[in-house]
Design a protein around this ligand. Structure first.
Ligand code: FEO
Length: 394
């Protein structure tokens, strides 16, 4: 049975939720599910905007069939070739053989690479337009948001920006389609941040380039490929994107991330957070053995200060801490103030190793007040220099 919703009188959401998803991109757990969005425009010509992931293909075909009714599909517009959106391209072309693909050359090259077949297509470049009748689509290239072939599409009839991965979020829609149908800030903002920072966080300058182009458009509706359609309060979400893309912290506070083999380093991290809280400073804590990296990376984008606490392990860092620090570097975080707690029973010298890994981060200040703990903490005063350094900045 199909399940669609109207975005407007002649634009229909034909996507689907997946709440049993395996890790997104094989990496990111999605306990709240995810939606794969596709939109059908019904005008003098009909146009399907992207397809979906293979996990929801069957409901997607039902949705498209139901939304088209007796009509033919004229165009399949492809913005992005990542398989979570392009898995059903071949299935659509088989079902609607007269449909023409509309896309750019980089997408067409990738389509050939994925399918092994040449697909006849109408090529579009920056600023090109296609008229469907009343709807007029303008193509805007958005390289590296999130792959090099990505483009977004502006429909001047209703001010809709089909924004590809941009403005997406993790989390199934669960019947809602519009962000104003839910308490987005309470229930979805954390997942939106985790989606942005982990999926496109590395490409902040490319996101800002797209936002600059978008600022010249009169956008009334945002239609991303994941998550909600935005028709109200769009500036709120755009401003979040500006913060994330410019690596500007949303909160003054400390994200304390620790590794602890037998609990002694955890005690130090707890003591640090308790004393910071007594000073009125907001804190967040993550145990690298428990919390998935994607959540820690999202909170590292959120807070102004980071503190990493790691014991020594096999003459190096605790492995999960080492992996996390490399991932933070890979995601291009910048502009943070970072403190360290090092621990160990005979060679507690991990701060130097942590600092070395993070040394390539731009615009980053490392606090000199390193806390060194041999086996376990016996005097809270050992934390005072680090606390005073953080207090002086927040
Ligand atoms: Fe949702 Fe970059 O694909």
């Amino acid at each position: 049975m199909y399940c669609t919703r109207k975005v407007s009188d002649d634009v229909i959401w034909v996507g689907a939720d997946n709440r049993r998803a395996t890790p997104f991109e094989g990496l990111y757990s999605i306990p709240n599910g995810v939606s794969y969005n596709s939109y059908l425009i019904l005008d003098e010509k009909t146009a399907l905007m992207d397809t979906v992931d293979k996990s929801v293909e069957s409901i997607f075909y039902e949705n498209v069939k139901s939304a088209l009714g007796e009509r033919e599909l004229d165009y399949l517009v492809i913005q992005h070739m990542e398989p979570d959106h392009s898995a059903a391209v071949s299935g659509i072309l088989l079902r609607y053989p007269s449909c023409r693909v509309v896309t750019n050359k980089k997408v067409a090259d990738m389509l050939r690479a994925f399918t092994g077949a040449d697909v006849d297509y109408i090529e579009v470049k920056e600023g090109d337009t296609i008229e469907l009748g009343r709807h007029k689509l303008t193509f805007v290239m958005a390289p590296m948001v999130h792959w090099p072939e990505v483009m977004v599409i502006y429909d001047s009839l209703d001010g809709t920006l089909y924004s590809a991965d941009a403005f997406g979020t993790f989390g199934a829609l669960s019947g809602a389609l519009f962000a104003d149908e839910v308490d987005f800030e309470r229930d979805y903002l954390d997942e939106a941040r985790r989606y942005y920072t982990n999926i496109v966080g590395k490409y902040g300058s490319r996101v800002m380039a797209l936002l600059k182009k978008a600022s010249t458009l009169d956008i009334k509706i945002l239609c991303p490929l994941h998550g909600f359609v935005w028709r109200e309060n769009i500036d709120y979400y755009v401003n979040k994107y500006v913060q994330w893309a410019t690596y500007s912290p949303e909160k003054r506070g400390v994200n304390v991330v620790y590794a602890s083999i037998y609990g002694n380093t955890e005690i130090v991290a707890n003591a640090l957070c308790a004393r910071l809280r007594e000073c009125g400073i907001e804190t967040r804590m993550h145990d690298v053995s428990v919390d998935e990296e994607s959540w820690i990376i999202a909170d590292s984008f959120k807070y102004s200060h980071l503190c990493f606490a790691s014991p020594a392990y096999n003459s190096g860092l605790f492995p999960r801490m080492e992996s996390l620090l490399h991932e933070i570097v890979n995601h291009g975080l910048s502009g943070r103030r970072i403190g360290f707690i090092e621990s160990g029973s005979w060679a507690p010298s991990t701060s130097k190793k942590m600092r070395e890994i993070l040394s390539s981060l731009n615009d980053t200040v490392f606090l000199d007040e390193v806390v060194t703990v041999r086996s376990s903490l016996h005097d809270l005063e050992a934390l005072t220099p680090l606390i005073n350094a953080i207090k002086a900045e927040i």
